[in-house]
Each structure stands twice: as C-alpha cells, then as structure tokens.
Design a protein around this ligand. Sequence first.
Ligand code: NAD
Length: 496
Amino acid sequence: MREIPHFIAGAPTPGGGERFAEVYDPVCGRAQARVPLGGPAELDQAVQAAAAAQPAWAAVNPQRRARVLLEFKRLVESRMQELAELLSSEHGKTLPDSRGDIQRGLDVIEFACGAPHLLKGEYTEGAGPGIDVYSLRQPLGVVAGITPFNFPAMIPMWMLGPAIACGNAFILKPSEKDPSVPVRLAELMMEAGAPAGILSVVHGDKAAVDAIIAHPLIQAVSFVGSSQVAQYVYAAATALGKRVQAMGGAKNHGIVLPDADLDQAARDIAGAAFGSAGERCMALPVVVPVGEQTAEALRARLVASIARLRVGVPSDPQADYGPLVSGEHRERVLRYIEMGVEEGAELVVDGRGLAPRGGAGYFLGPTLFDRVSPSMRSYQEEIFGPVLQIVRAASFEEALALPSAHPYGNGAAVFTRSGSAAREFVARVRVGMVGINVPIPVPVAYHSFGGWKRSAFGDANQHGMDGVRFFTRIKTVTARWPQGRPAPAEDPPPFP
Ligand code: NAD
C-alpha cells in the first residue's frame, strides 16, 4: 500500500516505527494509503533540524523571508487543481470546497507577506533625558502546530504563514486522516526557497502530540481540533511553560428574527448547515426562529432548500457536499440522529436512507430536526455532520440567551432587517465571531479568528495581528548614550 512519508529536514522521510494508520477514500470506504504514526524519535529529528536552521532564518531580513512566502503562494496557486483533487480524495469534500480550503489558507500567506511592515516595532524618542525606548518583535525559535482533519490546507497555513514569516521554524503535526496535502505544502515551501528544517511535517496521533508537548526546544504550540483535546493540549503544554493557543469545537446558532428576508435566510442556512457535510467549525447546525409564524415559514423554506441539495462525489460539479471523512465519524453522527429521536425532537427530514454509489462510502443525507430543546444532549454537544436542529424561541431575549449560554462560543449569526436588533445582538451575544445576515462569519485573513468559552483556550486568536503576536515575543530596550566621546584634551568636544 502507498505510504505517505513524514517530511523532515527538507526531505520526505519514511516512518521508522511500526505504527501506521490507514488513510481512507471516503467515496468508496476503502483504505487507499497508510501514514506512519510518529513519536518522540521522529519529532526530535524534526526539532533538531528546525533548531539548526532557525537562527539563520531569523537573521534573513523580513522582506526576503516574505519573498519566499510570495513564491510559495505562487507555487500553490499554480498547483491548485492538483492539490484540490488530492485534498478531496482523502477528505471527501467537493472540489470547489477543497479549492476554497486552499484559497483561505493562501489569504493568510498573503497577509504574512506583509511581515516587514507587521514586524516593525515601537519607538519612543526622549522617554527621559537622553533616553529612547524601543521594542522589537523577535521570533520564538522552534514552534509547532497540530491541526484537525476538516481543513487540511487552510488551518496549517493559518499557522505556518505567520510563524515562518516571523522567523520561526515550524513543525506541523497534521490530522492522520488526510495527511497528504500538508506534505505537499512542505515540499512547495522548500521549492519556494525556505531552508531545510524551516517547515517539517511529522505525522501521528496522541503519541506525536505528547512528544510535541514534552519537547523542551518547542516554544509554542498552536492547536485546532475538538475541545477535549484542545483543553488537554492547553493544560499540558502551558504547565511546561509553553505558549499555547488551542481552538476547540463549536455549535453555532443562527437567530432568525421575524423581519428577516426568510428566503435568503433559508438558502444561506441550508448552505451553512450542510456544506462540506457540516464538517466545519463555522457551520451553522442550530437555527433559532423567533415566534411561531417565523418558525413555520422558515421550516417550510428549509425543507424546500434541503430537497434541492445534492449529495455526490467530490468531482460532481452539481454536488453540494460529499461523504463524511470516515466510517467511524459517520457512525458517530448516526448515533446523534438516533439520540435526537429518543430525546423527543421531531425528525422532519431523515438523511439516513441516502446511499449513493451503492452504499459503500461514508455518505449521509441532510437531516432536519424541529422542536429541539436546550436540555437535549444532542443540542448541547457538537455533532459535526449534516444535521440541522431548529430550536424555537418565543422572544429576542430567549433567542439571544441560547448561544450565550451554550458551552461552545465560536460563532453566531443574526438574520434581520433591523439595525438596532443586530446591534443589540452583537453587543450582548457571548461568542467570538458574529454574522449579520452572513451565515458563516469567518473573518478575513487580516482580522483574527477565534471563539469564546469551550471553543478556544488561550488568549491569542489565529492569524491577523494575533498570529504575529503569538509567534513573536517582545523585547523592549531602554537606551542612553554617553554624550559625545572621550576626546584628546586639545580637540574641541564633538558637540557644544
Ligand atoms: P481532533 O481533536 O480529533 O483532532 C485534532 C488533532 O488532535 C489531530 O491532529 C489529532 O491527531 C490530534 N488528536 C486527536 N486525539 C488526540 C488525543 N487524545 N490526544 C492528543 N492529540 C489528539 O479533531 P478532528 O476530528 O480532527 O477535527 C474536528 C474538530 O475540530 C471539531 O470539533 C471542530 O469543531 C474542530 N475545529 C475547530 C476549529 C476552530 O477554529 N475552532 C476549526 C476546525 C475544526
């Protein structure tokens, strides 16, 4: 079986150990490759290469570092189709979604190309008599990122762009479910001119993550994945003195007020709930119509929108979404559907019967529940599949309280024509990213991405200026120079 190598010290590196994971083709449910599960030995190899390369990389002026990223961006763009096909073959998302995954990552690379400007420090002339104060942003050294399966191009680029632009060496531990694109990104970074060791990829599971947490030379860990693992990584790595940002799971709510454009809202919500099979941390799996009339009108439109959705293979240009990433994940989503039924929610559209391609792949049709209540476990937990839940609210206050009280706090959207209602919602909702008539409010690369509550541990968001801050530390200099220089007695002083 084809083996996907690690990428260490500038070269593909076969796995040295005995542990491997299978990488599946979600369309047919067959293993298509295997990936080595690295541990402390492989990780240490990558760290030693990173530590050897990083000081010289940090000494390269930031404009030249940015040029390497510009070339990387050009190379990725020139291979967009090849990379998108590779991504879809392991993840299952449609080709346009895979291109979007790569493009959103490139947006962050483009932002990181502003490193010369972003890294300019601060300067105070005359903070005291003859005293100037200035601060510098310096790289941390060797840093690491641990990423989830659902955006195997975008999320690695969220991290490696700012980290490398700021002069660090970066070690990526991608998801073992779709590890091929991350390796191609590292190869392209080398082709773009980054020195060997500046970007390495070590595959693995918990053992590789634990090796990252424990390695004394790794200064900072950026994590994106489920909340349980995010909290574990945050607690374990900060306890060892590392800097950590750890993004977790989500359960985003869309609040639909009676004055909303319901046709538009229903179309947007269906796309946001079911696109990429609901495997997005900014998906919209909960919709909260305010008032019974709004609920009935929205429900009818959602049912109609769902009937138009097409589930298909990634290369099908008409497909709205493809299979789930794995059989195990599909089983998990099925259990949540059964749980919803047992808890007494009304199953309006049942996606369980859908079996394109003879039923071998990990497909699941769109599923809609109505009359879901906040006490249900299927509401409180993240499902991460093509399942949309309607929770009816009697008032704006009741609707606002739902995302605010939910344990996750990644994003929320409000659909309304009222500026004052939207403003009130933005001011009071307890989540990190808000959309106003925008169902998936993912911030652009030059703003930062991050949730509240169990959706993010640590105080730095991903990308934007937060990415630059996370991957640098400040050194502040207070300087006073002696007036003039000692001069021979017969010479005049250098200054009056
Ligand atoms: P996951 O937590 O299973 O895996 C994430 C990473 O952690 C992977 O690299 C994996 O190998 C590693 N890992 C898994 N179990 C581990 C363990 N016990 N100990 C140490 N490391 C472990 O997440 P996933 O299934 O790959 O991704 C889906 C999750 O990621 C969802 O919860 C989704 O909401 C979340 N997510 C969040 C964001 C965000 O920005 N908030 C973005 C994308 C995805």
